[in-house]
Design a protein around this ligand. Structure first.
Ligand code: PHE
Length: 457
């Protein structure tokens, strides 16, 4: 079969790994992980997070990349092929559809938050945080998000960057961007973490992150950790499946997935190591929630020597992390439409990007014009949530667990042992047996429990 579109194929294993790590490392690591750890008591949360990521998220990550490489197309079409070849029930097509719909929704709100990160580069570099008190920083943030026009501008810039990269193609765009941006991100992060070791609050921060106090662990802590693991390694939204579809047969998926998950966790930890010493050195609150990055840190940046540069570097890092994740959300959708039309990728990237932009307005308005609008209230569920909260909640707590569960079941129970052993070139190695056990038993049990607990609570 000839492909009607530009070739979609990683030119090296390194390119694939950088793209996949770029997808995994995102707002989830630098913004969400530290504040969740802060809210959930630090060390114990981090330990549970590491354990559940290893036992649940990693096996699903391996499966998702594998399904992509077996189906060799975008998630929807890859699943069509796999369902047909295996004479499986059509319900499994939901893995593709759920992933694509989820990716679109996440892209729509991710671009808005990514826009904040870009805006904060400007604020940091122009010295806007100088002398900020807690109240002043909170006021800065509140006045920024209450201005819909300004949020739209930064959302637009963020999406335009994302579209530009995806429009240029897999090798010409995504690959070129990630092999440049990911090393930059690691350098910035390592520099910030090293700098943090010189801060007076470093010791306290380490105790906070690595002292395991299980007295504060509740079922909620475990659920938050599992959910964060899913989001953070980018499973269940078709991103990894799509990247797997572009992967050469001779690259080891098991090794790659371990590399991706380990690096993702290391980045989250380094982000914590960079952030918490600042927080403790200035006597700020580690458990200040989503505002940790946009309110608490600016106070520190406004006070320390060289804060303009350090703050600027931090928000560049956050923006880079966000863009390389956003491209992995746009790519699966573009790839899917590309497979069904003759329209050039460039136009598809723009068209789908604009749709995500329009959908993203709902998130923009959730912070201002529609701040009092609670879309689900009349149904008696998610009553206090804004539209943004509803989108975030339904993707992270409904779509992602369901699609993740289906991936585990499909790869673990529908595909046969010999079939997956061949797809992974695993023979009968011990890690393969361990993986299959985790996939068939531990992951479904874990996911069903997040799910049940979330529905019940
Ligand atoms: N892993 C990304 C983050 O941590 C988010 C993401 C999820 C990206 C799923 C793509 C697919 O921010």
């Amino acid at each position: 079969m000839t492909t009607p579109f530009t070739p979609r194929h990683w030119s090296s294993r390194f390119a694939f790994l950088m793209a996949a790590v770029g997808s995994a490392v995102g707002l989830g690591n630098v913004w969400r992980f530290p504040y969740l750890a802060g809210e959930n008591g630090g060390g114990a949360f981090i330990l549970i997070y590491a354990a559940t990521t290893l036992a649940i998220a990693l096996p699903i990550l391996i499966s998702e990349i594998m399904l992509g490489r077996m189906g060799k197309q975008s998630p929807i079409n890859a699943m069509k092929t796999l369902v047909r070849e295996n004479k499986a029930a059509r319900i499994w097509l939901l893995i593709g559809w759920g992933g694509i719909i989820g990716a679109f929704i996440v892209l729509s709100y991710y671009s808005v938050i990514g826009g904040w990160a870009l805006k904060y580069i400007e604020l940091a570099l122009t010295g806007a945080f100088a002398g900020d008190t807690e109240a002043a920083a909170a006021e800065h943030f509140a006045s920024f998000v209450s201005d819909a026009g300004s949020l739209v501008i930064w959302q637009t810039i963020f999406l335009a960057l994302t579209i530009l990269i995806v429009a240029a193609g897999v090798t010409g765009g995504i690959e070129r961007a990630v092999v440049m941006l990911m090393p930059l991100l690691f350098i910035l992060l390592a520099a910030m973490a090293v700098y943090a070791t010189t801060m007076p609050g470093f010791g306290e921060a380490m105790l906070f992150m690595f002292a395991f106090d299980f007295s504060e662990v509740t079922p909620d802590t475990v659920l938050a950790a599992i959910g964060q693991g899913f989001f953070s390694v980018s499973i269940a939204l078709g991103a990894m499946m799509t990247y797997g579809a572009y992967l050469d047969e001779d690259v080891s998926i098991g090794q790659s997935a371990v590399f991706i998950a380990v690096l993702d966790t290391v980045v989250a930890l380094l982000a914590g190591i960079a952030i918490f010493p600042l927080v403790f050195s200035y006597g700020l609150e580690p458990s200040s929630g989503p505002g940790l990055t946009f309110i608490t840190l600016p106070i520190a940046f406004g006070t320390i020597g060289g804060g303009v540069l350090i703050g600027g570097a931090f928000f560049v890092l956050l923006s880079v992390a966000a863009v390389t994740s956003a491209i992995s959300l746009l790519e699966p959708i573009v790839a899917w439409v590309e497979e069904g039309t003759n329209i050039a990728r460039k136009w598809l990237a723009i068209f789908i990007g604009v749709l995500a932009w329009v959908a993203g307005l709902g998130t923009v308005f959730s912070f201002n014009l529609w701040a009092e609008f609670h879309p689900m209230a009349r149904f008696g569920v998610m009553e206090k949530m804004t539209l943004f909260d509803v989108l975030d909640f339904t993707t992270a707590n409904l779509i992602m667990p369901i699609v993740g569960l289906m991936i585990a079941l499909f790869a673990g129970w529908v595909l046969t042992g010999p079939q997956v052993a061949e797809a992974l070139h695993a023979g009968d190695k011990p890690w393969f047996r361990l993986w299959r056990f985790a996939l068939r038993y531990i992951a479904p049990f874990g996911v069903v429990s997040i799910f049940v607990a979330n529905v019940l609570m």
